[in-house]
Design a protein around this ligand. Structure first.
Ligand SMILES: [Zn+2]
Length: 248
């Protein structure tokens, strides 16, 4: 993989495009992933990496916005397959990745016997491969400078990441469920309150829906501050991993 532009990999969660996806880019020192999707879409993620000419061994940095299954469920498995990789996560979520039993049990109360089908396996990870962040740190990952922003709201341990002119928001703007039993494309636009100092350009608004986990990367022109307004979301290169995974 020789493309430093962020790539969007659609994981075709439950066979539906446009619901769960991750971002990947080349830091010059291995690949960085923003979120991993759940264990149930691991093969789709692998297929997406294949299309980019990459594999598990190329993954070096896993930036988790938060630890919910749809965002972080596959991270433990990826660490097992990617010996050089490490995970970055907010300090309030880190221990649940090392010991996911409580996280799994609380989710099982909601999803019951659908847990495996929806989310797949969530493996514990070694504490020494997890970097706990408070927000406010600047990470140097290869040639990339990554700033972690503490963005509680959707989850008390939520982080967003700034990389160059991009802001990876995770579910920071999530506010409503789709009230649908099946995955759906995000369709809600929300007015967001951004942390002091974060920069969101006018005419670009991250959108999300609590029932969906479509990751948003927001281009951030330099020199502009705050001001989330309605507008079309950023368009980025996209890899249709689901098509590759299913051959259809
Ligand atoms: Zn979430």
């Amino acid at each position: 993989m020789q493309n430093f532009e962020p790539q969007l990999i659609d994981l075709h969660f439950q066979g539906t495009p446009g619901v769960v996806a991750v971002y990947v880019w080349d830091t010059g020192d291995g690949l960085a992933l923003v979120d991993t999707g759940p264990g149930s879409t691991l093969e789709a993620l692998k297929a997406g990496l294949d299309l980019l000419g990459a594999g598990w061994g190329d993954v070096r940095h896993i930036l988790l916005t938060h630890i919910h299954f749809d965002h972080a469920g596959a991270a433990g498995q990826i660490l097992d397959y990617s010996p050089r990789a490490r995970v970055y996560v907010h300090e309030r979520g880190a221990r649940h990745l090392v010991s996911p039993e409580r996280l799994y049990a609380s989710a099982a109360q909601i999803y019951g016997d659908q847990m495996e089908a929806l989310w797949g396996e969530m493996r514990p990870m070694d504490a020494d491969r997890v970097t706990a962040l408070a927000g406010g740190e600047t990470l140097r990952l290869g040639g990339a400078e990554v700033r972690a922003l503490y963005t509680p709201g959707h989850a008390v341990h939520h982080l967003a990441y700034v990389v160059g002119d991009e802001l990876y928001t995770g579910d920071v703007g999530a506010s409503a469920w789709c009230h649908s039993s099946r995955p759906a494309r995000p369709h809600h636009r929300r007015t967001l309150i951004w942390p002091p100092g974060s920069r969101v350009p006018p005419n670009w608004a991250p959108w999300t829906c609590g029932g969906c986990t479509w990751p948003i990367s927001v281009p951030m022109p330099r020199g502009q501050t705050t001001g989330p307004t309605a507008g079309k979301p950023g368009t980025r290169s996209q890899v249709d991993a689901g098509t590759a995974a299913t051959g259809g």
